[in-house]
Design a protein around this ligand. Structure first.
Ligand SMILES: [Zn+2]
Length: 67
């Protein structure tokens, strides 16, 4: 499985995950960006980044790197 975070210029990322993998996705965001992620119910139908279940949540780093 490849890495699937959608990284955009400016450091934004978001990832769709199932309910089992929300914690994992949040850990990754905290680890990589040192900011607490925003998470909300998935607004599209897609697969979890970490397994083949339907994604239930969208986890995003909303922290701006410009402080
Ligand atoms: Zn999953």
């Amino acid at each position: 499985m490849s890495l699937l975070f959608l990284r955009e210029r400016g450091g934004m990322m978001k990832v769709y995950v199932c309910s089992q993998h929300v914690d994992k996705a949040m850990d990754v965001v905290v680890d990589e960006y040192e900011t607490f992620p925003e998470f909300e119910e998935a607004d599209i139908s897609t697969d979890c980044e970490y397994c083949e279940d339907n994604a239930a949540y969208m986890v995003a780093n909303t922290g701006s790197s410009t402080k």
